[in-house]
Design a protein around this ligand. Structure first.
Ligand SMILES: N[C@@H]1[C@@H](O)[C@H](O)[C@@H](COP(=O)(O)O)O[C@@H]1O
Length: 264
């Protein structure tokens, strides 16, 4: 796992958007795995800017989102489809037909999960997957106890996640407690994974992800098994790691090596 510790949330978003921009420049027909939550918003704003300046194009790209609330149609303002349209898709040159979010209003959600897996496979798999992380270490909506090789399926949300996400819902508004989410195995199949985390509230989850045992108790710890995973975190999210200086030292050495080899 590559660990990149940066000063603040803006630096994290900048680093993350540079990874996506580089991916699109190298491979314009990339299959991008996208995420919701507040953490990726600044990254999406950077990508919109780069797209509108003509530096990158999504015209040939496809996207697959991690998850969706079960029971919310895409027009619902709290659905992740709506979020993605508002925060990214409406502002870039992607063909909306090439954007995929699990269907929260599917008549048969189990069949819809199987179809989502098929669609990812038919697209050739995900080239670059973006992740946030929940305070309890969840990725997508893979809550603690999720199978480490799980595939896209219906998952029940924990009370903690429901409470954390309640801020997006109005008082008294129906808030789903079920979701459709890519599985941990689905995420691990992505060729490259980038997880962003900012703020102290994520520090314990980051420590468990990096230094804890590989365990379903912290779903993000599964990234320890990925060959090409990068964690981009700010100082606050890094604050519970046992040896921040060592991780910074490793990353500085990585950068030196890449520079020497002319790869950066
Ligand atoms: N399903 C999403 C996750 O994909 C996201 O990582 C998490 C953290 O969100 P935030 O970035 O707002 O802290 O929220 C939700 O539960």
């Amino acid at each position: 796992m590559q660990i990149v510790i940066l000063k603040d949330a803006a630096a994290v978003a900048h680093y993350g958007s540079e990874l996506f921009a580089a991916q699109l420049k190298k491979q314009p027909a990339s299959v991008l795995g996208l995420a919701t939550g507040s953490t990726p918003v600044a990254l999406y704003q950077n990508l919109i800017k780069l797209n509108q300046q003509g530096d990158i194009s999504f015209a040939q790209a496809q996207s697959f989102n991690l998850d969706e609330y079960l029971g919310l149609p895409g027009e619902h303002p709290q659905s992740y489809r709506y979020f993605m349209n508002q925060q990214l898709f409406a502002h870039i040159d992607i063909d909306i037909n090439n954007t995929h979010v699990p269907p929260g209003n599917a008549d048969d959600p189990i069949a819809a999960c199987e179809q989502y897996e098929r669609q990812i496979a038919e697209a050739g798999g995900i080239d670059l997957q973006l992740l946030g992380i929940g305070r309890n270490g969840h990725i997508g909506f893979n809550e603690p106890s999720s199978g480490l090789t799980s595939r896209t399926r219906v998952k029940t949300l924990t009370k903690e996640t429901i409470a954390d996400n309640a801020r997006f819902f109005g008082e008294g508004e129906y808030q789903p407690h079920l979701s459709i989410t890519m599985g941990i195995g689905t995420i691990l199949d992505a060729k490259k994974v980038v997880l962003l985390a900012t703020g102290e509230s994520k520090a314990a989850a980051i420590a468990a992800t990096v230094e804890g045992p590989l365990s379903a108790a912290c779903p993000a710890s599964a990234l320890q098994m990925h060959q090409n995973a990068v964690l981009v975190i700010d100082e606050a999210a890094a604050s519970k790691l046992a040896d921040v200086d060592f991780y910074k030292h490793i990353e500085a050495e990585n950068q030196k090596l890449l520079k020497r080899l002319g790869k950066r």
